[in-house]
Each structure stands twice: as structure tokens, then as C-alpha cells.
Design a protein around this ligand. Structure first.
Ligand SMILES: Nc1nc2c(ncn2[C@@H]2O[C@H](COP(=O)(O)OP(=O)(O)O)[C@@H](O)[C@H]2O)c(=O)[nH]1
Ligand SMILES: [Mg+2]
Length: 409
């Protein structure tokens, strides 16, 4: 083992805060030393209970974590918090706010709070976060709480790291939001309706309970719906009890074996020729795709590669290709790819960025890649490039939910 790695490992064995912070920074830098450290730490991890907390911005996750810290400290635990903030690498805006909200216990000797900025690490969020979690695990924290912001990919990724996933719902969840969050609810081991002091809270609890009775139960664990008022530490003991019960039900360190079990629980990949035939049929049937002049280049291994020549009817009022047309191309590549597993996959959350304008006569190529896939959810990335010079025009990420229902016809 190189001297530097060995020295760093010895420095964290003393459990000094500054050494742990230094090693966390090295892991985040993803340098060679960081990668070696990550391997050693992974081998030493598996004793902590990792709790993922996710939900819409403003739901009260950070406030809830602060209240949880108070409760868990009273129960004699050492706790590390990892706040994953996708929006704020430099300004520290939201991160700083979160520190304030978790601040009451931030300086406690048995608490360690670390923020990870994730912007600019496309596809790297899971790796860095996983490495920092393993660090806290290896140095002996009893509980590691991971907060992820927003809706979409990061939650899905984080659910792969947590032994217990908590989804926080603010009161007033309308029907639309419920539908779009169906996939997120699928990953919840514990549901929390925070801000139970607000008038719509009871209705939200009832709606969530109804949704839970409708969905098929997997395993023996029954997902509880807990009411909390994080600002006044209301319901926090119940939440800590529920999380503890889940931990006892599933066992410690389950996240360490999850890559294997996740692999086992993935929908089986059908044989290539069958997949391609099915995808070809979907493609041929799609009226909207035809209307936009989208052509298929390949559908190999369930991953779609499509082509669209930008015509007059794709042009917007600025004489450029309409963003909606580029979106259609990327979304079609996403839709075909995630539907290649024999059952209907429904898109629940997508995001697109536009890097370059496109003019009439240019040809665009969209290629889909699979980022992750579990039994219920999958995440895809699609790149749209200009055929002439390979220039990146647009990047798209999408999450889809496997409904379990077969395709019609
Ligand atoms: N009324 C009420 N407000 C809350 C409660 N919990 C958190 N808040 C407020 O909701 C806002 C967002 O909280 P924050 O923890 O930053 O949410 P996050 O974005 O999910 O981390 C803050 O102004 C909190 O004070 C609660 O139980 N009741
Ligand atoms: Mg927060």
C-alpha cells in the first residue's frame, strides 16, 4: 500500500474530525489516492445503518434531520450526515442553509455533517457519495443519514446506497404530484408527512395510506406513514422507532450486498433479436415519431440510436430547430430503450439541457445509455449530437417506472 494511503488511514483511525474531513475531500477529488482509499474503506464498511432521506425541496428534510440528530443522540448514537446538493457547488447557498437548519447539533462531538456538491459530476454522484458513506461507516459511525434534494435521478441512485429510505412528503400533495411521484414512493421504506401542523396534513396521510394499500407488497415489511412536525420535534421518536424497526427487519449492511441483489431483481434482459424485433414494432407503430421524420439507426442491446434531419416544420420563430423537436428525438430514444424489458415502462421524470443551436438541414443523432436499473426503476442518459461533426447538441436524463404490465398487441 502506498505510504500516503497508509498514513491517511492511520490518521482517521484516531477519529479526529480534521482527518476525517481531509480524507472526505480526497475521496471527492476522485484522484488516484482517493480511488485507492475508496477501495480500502469499502472493505472496512458494512457496520453502519445508512438512512436515505429524500423528497421535494422545502419538504423539511434538513429540519427533520436536525430533529432526528437530537433524538438519536439521546439514544446514544454517533451520527454522520451527508447532504447531497446538486445545485450548489460553489456558492454553498442551499448547503449553508442546510447547515443552519442542522446547526443545533452540528458541533456535537458525536455528530459529523458533510455536504457534497454534485453539479458537474454527471453520473458521478453515486460514486462519490458512496465513497464518503463508506468512510463514515469505516470510522465507526452508528448511523449515516444521507439527504438528497429534488425529484428524480438522485433519489433513485441514493436508494441503492441506503439500508432504509425515507421519503418526506409535504402536506397538500395533489393528484398530479402523486402520480408523478409513484416511482419515488416505490423506493420508500418509511413515508413521512412532515409539517403535520398544516391543515392538509391529515388528508395527505390518508391519500398516501390509500396509495400504499393499492400497490403490491414486496417482502414482509409494511411501509408506515409517520406524521412529523420537524420544527417542534413532533413525531420524531415514532420516526426513529420506525427506522430502527426497518433496520432490524432487513439487517445491517444490506446496502453492501445490494449490487448483487439488485442485479438479481432486475427484469431479465430478453434475447437480443427478440428485443430488437419488439422495439422495431414499437417504433413502426409510433405516429408521433413518423410525423417528426425520426429514423432508426440501431436498437442493439435494447439501446436506441435514432436520427432526425431538421426540416422546415421543426424550425421555431428564431429560425432555429425547436427545442421541442430535439426533446422528441431524445425522449423517443429514452422511451424505446426503457421499454425493451418486456413490460410497459412509464417515464416519470426527465430533464434536458440544450448546448448548441441547430439549423435547418442539419442531421441529429440521439444515443441512449443505461445509467442504472432496478426491479422498479431505471435511469437513462441520452446524448444528441450533430452528425456532421459530432458536436454535442443536447443532454437528456430520464427516469422510468416499470409498471409490470405487458405491452399491448
Ligand atoms: N410549519 C412547518 N414548517 C416546517 C416544518 N419542518 C420544516 N419546516 C419549514 O420548511 C422550510 C423548509 O425546510 P428545510 O428543512 O430546509 O427543507 P428541505 O429543503 O426539504 O431540506 C423551512 O422554513 C422550515 O422551517 C414543520 O414541521 N412545520
Ligand atoms: Mg435541505
Amino acid at each position: 500500500m502506498p505510504i500516503r494511503v497508509d498514513r491517511l488511514l492511520r490518521s482517521i483511525a484516531s477519529n479526529s474530525r480534521s482527518s476525517i474531513a481531509r480524507v472526505a475531500s480526497i475521496l471527492e477529488s476522485n484522484s488516484d489516492v482517493g480511488q485507492e482509499l475508496a477501495q480500502v474503506l469499502e472493505a472496512r464498511a458494512g457496520n453502519s445503518h445508512v438512512i436515505g432521506i429524500t423528497g421535494a425541496p422545502g419538504a423539511g428534510k434538513s429540519t427533520l434531520i436536525s430533529a432526528m440528530l437530537g433524538e438519536l443522540l439521546e439514544r446514544g448514537k454517533r451520527i454522520a450526515v451527508v447532504a447531497v446538493d446538486p445545485s450548489s457547488p460553489i456558492t454553498g447557498g442551499a448547503v449553508l442553509g442546510d447547515r443552519v437548519r442542522m446547526g443545533q447539533f452540528g458541533a456535537h462531538e458525536n455528530v459529523f455533517i458533510r455536504s457534497i456538491a454534485s453539479r458537474g459530476h454527471l453520473g458521478g454522484l453515486s460514486k462519490t457519495t458512496g465513497n464518503v458513506i463508506n468512510l463514515f461507516d469505516a470510522v465507526g459511525f452508528d448511523v449515516i443519514i444521507v439527504e438528497t434534494v429534488g425529484a428524480g435521478q438522485s433519489e433513485v441512485e441514493i436508494s441503492q446506497f441506503a439500508d432504509t429510505s425515507i421519503v418526506v412528503c409535504p402536506p397538500g400533495l395533489g393528484d398530479d404530484v402523486q402520480a408523478s411521484k409513484a416511482g419515488i414512493l416505490e423506493i420508500a421504506d418509511v413515508l413521512v408527512v412532515n409539517k403535520s401542523d398544516l391543515p392538509l396534513a391529515e388528508r395527505t396521510v390518508r391519500e398516501l395510506q390509500e396509495m400504499l394499500t393499492l400497490r403490491k407488497k414486496t417482502g414482509s415489511w409494511t411501509v408506515p406513514v409517520i406524521r412529523t412536525m420537524a420544527t417542534a420535534r413532533g413525531g420524531i421518536a415514532d420516526l426513529a422507532d420506525a427506522v430502527q424497526k426497518h433496520s432490524e427487519a432487513v439487517g445491517k449492511g444490506t446496502r453492501m450486498v445490494s449490487p448483487k441483489s439488485a442485479e438479481a431483481s432486475k427484469p431479465a434482459t430478453p434475447k437480443n433479436d427478440e428485443t430488437e424485433l419488439a422495439l422495431m414494432t414499437f417504433f413502426a407503430r409510433d405516429q408521433y415519431v413518423k410525423h417528426n421524420g425520426i429514423q432508426c439507426i440501431s436498437l442493439s442491446g435494447g439501446l436506441a440510436k435514432l436520427k432526425m434531419k431538421v426540416a422546415e416544420h421543426h424550425i421555431n420563430f428564431n429560425q432555429r430547430c425547436h427545442g421541442g423537436a430535439i426533446f422528441t428525438l431524445a425522449d423517443t430514444a429514452f422511451g424505446l430503450s426503457c421499454n425493451s424489458y418486456g413490460t410497459i415502462a412509464a417515464g416519470i421524470d426527465v430533464h434536458i439541457t440544450y448546448q448548441q443551436p441547430v439549423s435547418v438541414g442539419e442531421t441529429l443523432i440521439a444515443s441512449a445509455f443505461e445509467v442504472s436499473r432496478s426491479k422498479k426503476l431505471c435511469v437513462y442518459r441520452v446524448e444528441v449530437r450533430r452528425e456532421e461533426d459530432g458536436m454535442l447538441i443536447s443532454s437528456f436524463t430520464g427516469t422510468a417506472f416499470f409498471t409490470g404490465r405487458p405491452h399491448v398487441g
